[in-house]
Structures are given as C-alpha cells and as structure tokens.
Ligand binder design. Sequence first.
Ligand SMILES: CC(C)(COP(=O)(O)OP(=O)(O)OC[C@H]1O[C@@H](n2cnc3c(N)ncnc32)[C@H](O)[C@@H]1OP(=O)(O)O)[C@@H](O)C(=O)NCCC(=O)NCCS
Length: 170
Amino acid sequence: MTFHIRMAKADDALNLAALSTQVWLHTYAKAGLRNTLSRYVFAAFTEKKLAAEIANGAKQLLVCEVDACLVGYVKIAYRAICPVRRLESVEIETLYVQEHFSGHGVGSALLQAAMDHSRAKGWNEVFLMVNLENHRARTFYETRAFERIGTVDFALEDERHANAVLIKYL
Ligand SMILES: CC(C)(COP(=O)(O)OP(=O)(O)OC[C@H]1O[C@@H](n2cnc3c(N)ncnc32)[C@H](O)[C@@H]1OP(=O)(O)O)[C@@H](O)C(=O)NCCC(=O)NCCS
C-alpha cells in the first residue's frame, strides 16, 4: 500500500473530525453507544477545534493519505506537561488510523514522523497516554520500546478510565 505523510492544512479539519469520531468510537464504544460516549465525541472532535489546533503553533498535526484520502493522523503537542514527572516534554496526543488501513505500517510511519519532528525541534523524549484496556495500542507501543512510567485517570463526565503513561527516549 502506498501512503503519503504531510503536514495538516486548514481544510483537513473536517475530515480529521470525522476520522477521529470514527476511530474513537470503534476503539472505545465496544459495548455499543451511550450518551456519555456520544457527547464526548461530538464535543471533542469538531471541525472548529481541529482547525484551531492546526493553526496553533504549539501543536503539529501530520496526516496520512492514500490516493489523496485521509486514512490516519498524529497530533504532537510541544511543551506539554508530563502528568507523572511534572516536566515539560512532547506529548503524542493522538495517533489514529482508520481501521480499514490498519496493519499496513501507517501507524508506525506516523509515530516515526512524530518522533523525527520532535527530535528535529531539539527534544530528546516523547510521552503519551493510552487506555489500559486498549491492548492493541499498548502492544503497539511496547513493541516500539515505549516504557510505562505511571498511570493517570482520564475523566469522562463522572467516569474515570485508567490510562498508562508511556515514555520513549529519542
Ligand atoms: C494503534 C494504531 C495506531 C496502530 O496503527 P497501524 O497502522 O495499525 O500500525 P502498523 O500497521 O504500523 O503496525 C501494526 C502492525 O501491523 C503490521 N505492519 C507494520 N508495518 C507493516 C507493513 N508495512 N505491511 C504489513 N504489515 C505491517 C505489524 O505486524 C505491526 O505489528 P508490530 O507492532 O508487531 O510491528 C491503530 O491500530 C489505531 O489507530 N488504533 C485505534 C486508535 C488507538 O488506539 N490509537 C492509539 C491510542 S493512544
């Protein structure tokens, strides 16, 4: 499969919002939909929010296309505070690949591109948070030498979901 990674542009925001919604629900709404989950995706993944993030110099979004169609993206947040070590670092905030394109190297290539961009900006580590129940993603990061340094809760209204905090030295 031939894919192409490039920096996100303003007019990617609509497709990024749709892809985020699709991937998030596929990953986390495994027992079906309920209001908490639906409210979250419609609030979190809007075209407006994603357009603002693309325009925000503190973040960097890289998209992956196949035949000029969006299939995945990675979002990097520079100067993010690692919740375990309480230090400024680089967070891989989001890494989403559309299910139809998984297992073809897209996630690996996006992750590598995010690490390359971080290193080029002078950072020597990246961190990220992954839901403890998300076994596929946890294995994906473990295979790529990310180390677990702690656990934090992700709040979804009155629910708490444990996330592993992982770090990788570049
Ligand atoms: C986790 C996720 C990002 C992985 O993306 P992906 O595109 O499937 O990842 P890759 O294809 O690069 O790698 C996955 C597997 O595909 C296979 N693979 C990798 N490159 C390949 C290639 N060029 N050709 C064929 N297969 C390949 C490998 O078996 C790899 O397994 P490995 O970890 O043992 O190396 C993706 O499944 C996803 O978006 N999941 C839902 C959202 C999510 O959980 N995101 C992370 C939350 S923090």
